[in-house]
Design a protein around this ligand. Structure first.
Ligand SMILES: Cc1ncc(COP(=O)(O)O)c(C=O)c1O
Length: 369
């Protein structure tokens, strides 16, 4: 069984603010006269009403439901995941930080692929963890987190947690379900697997039974930032065993997700046709984009996400292209990690497909093909 830090076990730590919504549910009644709250309930908010309208402004007075019941109920029905296997927080980033806070202590070793989504390493080091980074597996047409190397590093370093983005950012690589199960099996029993599935909705098998499965020793993270287009509102969720989520709730910043965000997420989740259409459009653009750059002779990495990774012949060329595009007001992603400095990542939005938008990149590819 993966471990928790000693200071989280026992009875000492109790969240002082489970929230009014949770109290109402416990009492099985509404509390229309909330005289014990110190929020600005009498504020008129004329400016906000004028700017955003009534429906928005009615949401701003109160803290959001710390248990996010409305969002979890919808996710539970849609994903067929039991309600108590779901926890909502302020985006996948907050969930990464929360998972680290729940599982790791200062000095613990954590493992992530060198050059993968850098926020994990940033948060881990900021929490005093020791980050070990095995290299990607690289071959023609392949840039993939190396699962064997992750497991070997976990054993070697006596790691508390292994992070894997699946599909991965920036490579776009997807490990199949068997690969994930084998990784879990290969890890030490007391080591957590933090499985970041921020791009899971773009998988062709996003609706599979496995996508909804709770895996022992695994904390799965998802977000409404990508497929649901709500990055600015900060909503994400974890899927894990109830006992793990109870521990995460102990140290979660209880009002981190605003009432506005929760309500907006409920509205979006009630209109999944729009989300599905968005995902289908993204995949179509991604394939058009990949085919276009392949035809130019680029090393296009296969992607199960909403972006395409292009591996350029050198880090210098990637830096040059990145800077030249930036000077024209075009921002593409170039990863900071020295191991992946030759990879450029471009999101499959309509703007990227505008003729001429990426001329500089196209010229560079043709010249070096
Ligand atoms: C792999 C990965 N995880 C997490 C995130 C953060 O998502 P959120 O907006 O939900 O915090 C991103 C965003 O780019 C990502 O690429």
């Amino acid at each position: 069984m993966p471990r928790y830090p000693a200071h989280l076990t026992g009875d000492g730590l109790v969240n002082p603010f489970p929230g009014i919504k949770a109290l109402e549910r416990r009492l099985n009644r509404t509390l229309p006269h909330q005289l014990g709250s110190n929020e600005g309930l009498d504020m008129r908010h004329r400016a906000l009403r004028e700017h955003f309208g009534e429906a928005f402004t009615e949401q701003v007075y109160r803290y959001g439901d710390a248990e996010a019941m409305g969002v979890r109920t919808r996710l539970s029905a849609q994903l067929k995941v039991p309600l108590d296997h779901l926890l909502v927080d302020a985006g996948a980033d907050s969930l990464i930080a929360l998972a680290l806070r729940t599982t790791c202590e200062v000095g613990d070793a954590v493992i992530a692929t060198a050059g993968t989504y850098p926020t994990f390493g940033y948060f881990a080091k900021g929490q005093g963890c020791r980050l070990e980074e095995p290299a990607y597996r690289e071959a023609p047409g392949v840039l993939a987190p190396d699962l064997d190397a992750l497991a070997a590093a976990a054993h070697r370093e006596n790691a508390r947690l292994v992070y894997l983005a699946n599909p991965d950012n920036p490579s776009g690589h997807l490990h199949d379900d068997d690969g994930i199960l084998m990784l879990r099996k290969a890890l030490p029993d007391d080591c957590w697997l933090l499985l970041d599935e921020a791009y899971g909705d773009f998988r062709d098998d996003a609706d599979s039974e496995f996508a909804a499965r709770t895996l022992p020793g695994v904390i799965r993270l998802r977000t409404l930032s990508k497929a649901h287009g709500m990055a600015g509102l900060r909503v994400g969720y974890a899927i894990a065993e109830p006992a793990v989520l109870t521990m995460m709730m102990k140290v979660r910043i209880h009002y981190a997700v605003s009432a506005v965000s929760l309500t907006a997420a409920e509205v979006v989740l009630d209109h999944m046709d729009e989300v599905r259409q968005h995902v289908a459009d993204v995949k179509m653009r991604r394939e058009r984009f990949a085919a276009h750059f392949q035809a130019l002779g680029a090393d296009v990495l296969p992607s199960a996400t909403n972006f395409i990774g292009l591996r350029l012949p050198s880090a210098e060329l990637a830096a040059e292209v990145h800077q030249a595009l930036l000077a024209e007001g075009v921002l593409i992603a170039r990863l900071a990690h020295p191991k992946l400095a030759n990879v450029l990542r471009i999101t499959a939005v309509e703007d990227a497909l505008e003729p001429g938008r990426l001329d500089i990149l196209e010229r560079a590819i043709k010249e070096h093909a």
